[in-house]
Design a protein around this ligand. Structure first.
Ligand SMILES: [Fe+2]
Ligand SMILES: [Fe+2]
Length: 318
């Protein structure tokens, strides 16, 4: 990796949203619903389409036009059952969200519902997923991806892998984990603020067994050795806050609800988080602003704000 010059002041103002499940399956033909997709279609038909609402996503886009983050990260599950036509719909939505250099996408388990060809599915999202070095090139494997914006490293992982019916597990695999370990080490040495993006919660104990990240313990071991400044995820469709031990520190981990949820269940209504990361003299200050969908106004509004202080990595940190 080439030497990065850390800008002064370093930092990034960005939005994290997840699990928009923005596609419609209206008009899908029976012959497209082989294997697990039949179950996914029925779940959408009788349940999910009532929860994931286009009017909530429209309100989200309106709000983002007001809050105007420099960058947006989307942590997966843009589709319901990963059909090629859903990837097209999602690509159109991403183009509305922002240009590919301003929006970083990683996939979720619904996007890899069953095994399909890359070309008919994920290839359509490639400009939003690839590393800076690979912009304009179709280079695989895409993950882990690395995008660097003003002293902040966005490290994208893919935990999207087909699973058995009634399961929503994910896994990274050994090749991706090994590359991640190297990337964390390199970007740490460069003094960047490292944000790890993945769809599933990294800690196995934070999710039901049938929905867990199967190699979450291995991932936490890597993070515990190489460190990171922040980990962001989706998948659970609810706000979550935890931490991963890294030496004497704890890496903050935040999960968020679905960006399109009308909120039939308590605590599940749509939110997105805004992060303002700024390099101070001896730490990174991180302001977290949580914006949520309001049933009354049918708009997003600020719900809560808090401040984190993340120590700057020193040469003695392992
Ligand atoms: Fe989801
Ligand atoms: Fe998911």
């Amino acid at each position: 990796m080439s030497k990065i010059k850390i800008p002064d002041p370093a930092g990034l103002y960005f939005a994290h949203l997840s699990d928009p499940h923005l596609t419609t399956l209206r008009g899908v033909r029976l012959c497209q619903l082989l294997n697990k997709r039949v179950l996914g279609y029925l779940s959408w038909r009788y349940k999910r389409r009532k929860e994931h609402r286009v009017e909530v996503l429209d309100a989200l886009l309106r709000d983002l036009a007001q809050t105007h983050p420099e960058h947006i990260v989307v942590t997966g599950d843009l589709t319901h059952i990963g059909l090629p036509a859903e990837f097209q719909q999602a690509r159109q939505w991403l183009d509305r969200l922002g240009s590919a250099d301003r929006v970083t996408v990683i996939p979720g388990n619904h996007d890899a519902y069953i095994g399909t060809s890359w070309r008919s599915t994920f290839a359509q999202w490639e400009p939003y997923m690839v590393s800076d070095d690979n912009a304009g090139k179709a280079q695989k494997p895409v993950f882990p991806s690395l995008r660097i914006r003003n002293g902040v490293a966005l490290i994208g992982l893919s935990s999207a892998a087909p699973s058995a019916p009634f399961f929503a597990t994910g896994s990274l695999g050994s090749a991706q984990r090994e590359k991640l370990s190297l990337l964390l080490q390199q970007t740490g040495e460069q003094g960047l603020f490292r944000i790890v993006l993945l769809h599933h919660p990294p800690r196995v104990q934070d999710e039901k067994w049938r929905k867990r990240l199967t190699d979450g313990d291995d991932l936490c071991d890597i993070l515990g050795r190489a460190g990171a400044e922040l980990v962001l995820h989706g998948h659970s469709h609810r706000p979550m806050e935890s931490g991963i031990p890294w030496g004497e520190r704890t890496i903050p981990v935040f999960g968020i609800p679905s960006a399109s949820a009308i909120g039939h269940k308590p605590g599940r209504r749509a939110q997105y988080y805004l992060y303002k990361v700024l390099r101070e003299t001896d730490c990174w200050s991180v302001r977290v602003s949580i914006r949520g969908y309001q049933m009354g106004s049918r708009d997003f509004a600020l719900q809560h704000e808090h401040q984190l202080s993340v120590p700057v990595i020193s040469s003695t940190s392992s």
